[in-house]
Design a protein around this ligand. Structure first.
Ligand code: NAD
Ligand code: LMR
Length: 342
């Protein structure tokens, strides 16, 4: 089934992979916010994974129909629906990976931080339930502002005594997907060969593509670097404006999130060659959370890849310093929110 999708290299492999042979469909995945713009196509892509035995779809409304619809696809996983807070615990029991795209999206003129007041509460409540019901699961946070919602999730997990920093991920895969697409177009490269690491965070200037560290090694003019960097940083806004009030990226996000889920499942299944960029607890800079390439393994983050931070171009080194104050404020806002709640 996975061979229906186009191939992209992730680390040394392609996604979807036809090289890595999974043992069987053995993993349980939950999507919280499954009836939404991201949740629906993401559910479809996860339903196509040969590694998934059970797909649990949770939302506060409209999820029954989505689950009935998806359950007719003749792929291995069993699809179950869960509606509302009273069914959340059942949805999460025994789950290996929880993906959270619940929350409101941007409209034109808004920043991701403008979503904080509503989405912070949603993420807090959902992660509390994750802590109570599947504390060992990998947690993928998609809900914006990711630069704050991941620190909120970390604090909630700490308060519950179950925080494992190796298993909490802010999903920044869409930044890599976009960077690969735009760079391949600009330099007329085969998409399958292109892999651009994107570090920092997931908002505006905190999104920093490292064009000097991309594969294959390519030379850019200064104008190309600043034009490509700006396009990658503003790509979310590009979609928000094109949708004119009807939401933000959903289809490309579902594609990116499905890639991150598949990478996580391959790591859980023992593949020792899984690398992704993601926003995690980090000691690669002086900030407590930072997106970088990481090596994924059975226990989550096995290693943060520091090599990408060496020998940065002047442009990248300046951009790295420039993004830190904004990212710091967003992280601290998330931590403060989690602490002031009863
Ligand atoms: P959407 O409004 O289409 O869907 C959100 C879904 O969340 C809805 O079905 C809604 O019912 C559900 N929901 C709301 N409160 C909930 C709760 N308490 N429990 C469970 N479900 C709940 O929005 P969307 O387009 O799918 O976007 C969702 C979020 O993802 C937004 O915050 C958006 O900014 C973010 N996003 C992140 C990235 C990224 O790269 N990380 C990319 C795109 C969008
Ligand atoms: C994106 O990058 O597309 C998402 O973060 C959604 C948004 O608000 O831009």
């Amino acid at each position: 089934v996975a061979s229906c999708l186009p191939k992209h290299k992730v680390g040394k492999r392609q996604w979807p992979s036809n090289q890595f042979q999974p043992r069987a469909s053995i993993f349980k995945v939950a999507v919280l916010g499954a009836a939404g713009g991201i949740g629906q196509p993401l559910g479809l892509l996860i339903k196509m994974s040969p590694l998934v035995s059970d797909l649990h779809l949770y939302d506060i409304a409209n999820v029954k129909g989505v689950a009935a619809d998806l359950s007719h696809c003749n792929t291995p996983s069993k699809v179950l629906d869960f509606t509302g807070a009273s069914e959340l615990a059942k949805c999460l029991k025994g789950v290996d990976v929880v993906v959270i795209p619940a929350g409101i999206p941007r409209k034109p003129g808004m920043t991701r931080d403008d979503l904080f007041n509503i989405n912070a509460n949603i993420v807090k409540t959902l992660v509390e339930a994750v802590a109570d019901n599947c504390p060992d699961a990998f947690i993928h946070i998609i809900s914006n502002p990711v630069n704050s919602t991941v620190p909120i999730a970390a604090e909630v997990l700490k308060q519950k005594g179950v925080y494992d920093p190796k298993k909490l991920f802010g999903v920044t895969t869409l930044d890599v997907v976009r960077a690969n697409t735009f760079v391949a177009q600009k330099k007329n490269l085969r998409l399958i060969d292109v892999d651009v690491p994107v570090i920092g965070g997931h908002a505006g200037i905190t999104i920093l593509p490292l064009l000097s560290k991309m594969r294959p090694s390519v030379t850019f003019t200064d104008e190309e670097v600043s034009e490509l960097t700006a396009r990658i940083q503003n790509a979310g806004t590009e979609v928000v404006e094109a949708k004119s009030g009807a939401g933000s990226a959903t289809l490309s996000m579902a594609y990116a999130a499905a890639r991150f889920v598949e990478s996580s499942l391959r790591a859980l299944d023992g593949d020792s060659d899984v690398y992704e960029c993601t926003f995690v607890q980090s000691n690669l800079t002086d900030l407590p959370f930072f997106a970088s390439r990481v090596k994924l393994g059975r226990k989550g983050v096995e290693a943060l890849i520091s090599a990408d931070f060496h020998n940065l171009s002047d442009y990248e080194a300046n951009a790295l310093e420039a993004l830190k104050p904004e990212l710091k404020v967003s992280i601290e806002k998330g931590v403060a929110f989690a602490h002031k709640q009863p």
